[in-house]
Design a protein around this ligand. Sequence first.
Ligand code: SAM
Length: 283
Amino acid sequence: MSSGTLFIVATPIGNRADITERAKDILAEVDLIAAEDTRHSRSLLQYYHIQTPLVAYHDHNEALKAPVLIEQLQQGQNIALISDAGTPLVSDPGYRLVKEAHEKGIRVSPVPGVCAAIAALSVSGIATDRYRFEGFTPARSAARRAHFETLVKEQATLVFYESCHRITASLLDMVDVFGGHREALLAREMTKSFETVRKASLNQLLELVSGDLNQQKGEFVIIVQGVVAEVVQSDLIEVDTERLMQVLLEVLPVRQASEISSKISGIKKNKLYKLALKLKSSD
Ligand code: SAM
């Protein structure tokens, strides 16, 4: 018997009209829908008049549930995976199921649609040619700051997910670590009644959110501009390779001096070996 297909189906992030015709067709046609929260998804499916049976698949049962779903797929059933909002597996459950499906040679097919990160990028007016999706920030401030520190020199645009519990604290840490003048975008409650899309400096976004309780409610994407190339350049310390080699040769043999200066400068070892020999002979 040939296996069924595992469809990964995107659902809306707020406005229920944001779903594709194909997504509705697939959800109505499959044998089973695996959903993160069956109560939440039942109400969405009722809205579209879809009566396909639902089964729970979330972070806490995926180790148990994935093998069961894989077996059903192997028996020829078609299954759709959905999450509470947007695209499954994007900061949402599904990784184990998709990985195991590939390992078992089961067809995995996307039914693409909304994703909060992409929606926010599309309205950001910040470079989208290169972006780095960071998902949720660490819950504790010390870990969050340490994480932001690792991103301070990132040139690609940064994309973060944030919840209402941490939005103010997270923006405060961003101001401290990235600097208050960094350009950013706050996308709150996208596609819902009280949507906020605001492009401003991190300082201004912190002011907006901390000064208005309504702006602290809901779901958030924060986009932060990457550091501009010239800033990174000016931070780099130029190494005078010939001078470095002269100093190393005072205490080290030629081979070792070439190896170390190659590691520091990134220049090929044999090229530096020749330079070392030349410097030695002109002593
Ligand atoms: N899988 C989803 C996707 O494709 O974007 C993301 C799921 S993740 C559990 C939920 C987070 O996505 C929220 O905390 C928020 O950061 C972001 N998000 C989801 N819906 C949003 C919306 N309507 N407006 C702003 N951010 C949203």
